[in-house]
Design a protein around this ligand. Structure first.
Ligand code: IPE
Ligand code: IPE
Ligand code: MG
Length: 246
């Protein structure tokens, strides 16, 4: 049903990679008189259904912002809750899924060095369990767009490159072979990029939706996708119709 609805609005525009800034867990909890940690618990529950919906409509990569390089500024207790929740989610959901679904894999983007154990090892283990499957979720963990660009440049120099090009830089990004996202969705209504995929989003379409992440579902996905297909992606050129007239 949902898939048919999306087919009706699809154009020949490609929608292969979607990135999401999953924001609003704290506000969701505060609005209900709950603790911020309850918001993160509710947010974690949304991940799997959202991934499934994107998969059903033909998307192959979803990049999710789980924890930024700036999120270390939060109180220690909140950071602990987030790390524990990610670990629990990886064991209870992702590990099981990797066993039963041979078209799914998970990647981590970001600098995992300061991620506490045993979470760090679990991330590496699950990433190595399955690679290059048709549907991939990339989790941005201790991820910062600026950190990624500096890391990529240093890694390229360390490998002997003396002159960087866009192609070389792209290759050294944490995202590796994952294509640049055609669409970036931010929940929670804030109109900012918060250091997310600065290199990869040069020509991405943005959809900012007021809905808080724990309330983000099929209706909201449909709204973002519909909006995406209505846009004219010119990449600095002209509209397809206009270009034909010349
Ligand atoms: C996003 O929700 C989750 C993380 C940053 C880990 P927030 O915790 O930022 O929620 P708000 O923006 O305070 O509502
Ligand atoms: C972005 O949300 C990071 C994640 C969703 C993990 P933040 O809540 O950290 O962003 P700011 O502080 O509003 O820019
Ligand atoms: Mg936030």
């Amino acid at each position: 049903m949902f898939r048919r609805k999306v087919k009706d609005i699809m154009t020949d525009e490609r929608l292969d990679t979607v990135a999401i800034i999953t924001d609003g867990n704290g506000r969701w909890a505060t609005k209900r008189g709950l603790l911020r940690s309850d918001g993160h618990i509710a947010g974690a529950k949304r991940i799997q259904p959202v991934l499934e919906t994107f998969r059903r409509i033909g998307v192959h990569n979803v990049i999710m912002y789980a924890f930024s390089t700036e999120n270390w500024k939060r109180p220690k207790e909140e950071i602990n809750v987030i790390m524990k929740l990610i670990h629990k989610y990886l064991i209870e959901v992702v590990e099981e899924k990797l066993k039963t679904d041979d078209s799914f894999c998970i990647k981590f983007i970001g600098d995992l060095t300061p991620i506490p154990e045993p979470l760090r090892s679990k991330c590496i283990e699950l990433e190595n369990k399955a690679k290059d499957r048709p549907f991939c979720c990339s989790v941005a963990l201790n991820y910062g767009g600026r950190d990624e660009i500096v890391h990529a440049a240093n890694a390229a120099f360390a490998d002997g490159h003396t002159r960087l090009t866009e192609e070389i830089m792209s290759r050294y990004m944490y995202t590796g072979t994952t294509p640049d996202p055609e669409l970036v969705i931010r929940t929670g209504g804030n109109l900012r990029i918060s250091n997310f995929l600065l290199w990869q989003c040069a020509y991405s379409e943005y959809a900012v939706i007021k809905t808080l992440w724990p309330d983000f579902g099929d209706r909201e996905i449909m709204a973002c996708v519909r909006d995406f297909y209505k846009r004219s992606r010119r990449f600095g050129g002209l509209d397809k119709d206009e270009a034909k007239k010349k």
